[in-house]
Design a protein around this ligand. Sequence first.
Ligand code: AMP
Length: 287
Amino acid sequence: MQICRTRSGIRALRENWAGADVILAPTMGFLHDGHLSLMRRARLRAGKEGRVIATIFVNPTQFGPGEDLESYPRDEARDVALLRAEGVDAVFIPDVREIYDPHAQTIVETQELAKILIGKLRPGHFRGVATIVTKLFNIIRPLAAVFGEKDFQQLAVIRTMVRDLDMGIEIIGVPTAREADGLAMSSRNVRLSPADRAAAPILHAALAEAQALAATGITASRLRSHVRARLGSEPRAQVRSVDIRDAESLASLSGPLSRPAVILLAVSFGSVLLIDNCIVHPAKETP
Ligand code: AMP
């Protein structure tokens, strides 16, 4: 596996692979099995002849003031070993100065989509995400890129940006990898105290209950209240947002569900913000 730290280095490698299908898997490192499932999906898309390029970059522009940029967990040596064992062909690990010119003028923003849900809790977050992903696309010029469904709104932002700006890159969503107790894998999970770690599977439990309830014909607002109350029963959980949206457009919903919807959760345990989501289906109409 090649390790590149400069834009010119990864570009030169990319040029050597000009005839191959290149699949990109961007990450912020501190890899877990969820990231590795992205690598496997990328390999599947690349085939034997194609190439998989991972990136590790803790992108400062997607962190707000007072967020966890400094304390974000990092372990490059372990990450490189995991990617090598997974058969990834190259990893791009730039430092911040390699990526951001202090005189840069341009940003990429999915205007309304960046303001709702997590965008409300973390103003500017999706501008940072859309801009870094655009830069990585332009540096590496992949055929396709893989992103986790765990970050549901991020996936929507990237799909929208690719469509709106005619980027012509295939975006592949990968299902959420979970711990045995249902907690969605996240690099941030190691920052949970033991008591918070024990309480955190409540996100998944609340989503699983909501899935069963949705099939009973409940309205979106009652379903939302139910999930909120369930999360509220855990004293360690600070519920930051609970939303039910159209799974395709992320438009707000009220009344009985008539199409697949997504329930999106953002819950803090101490200073650690966890997110999770699931798709729910409306009750089947009885003839
Ligand atoms: P991150 O390093 O947290 O920025 O994540 C890098 C990529 O891995 C993103 O596309 C995430 O959506 C994806 N990812 C993170 N956690 C999981 C998970 N538990 N299952 C699947 N994909 C994930």
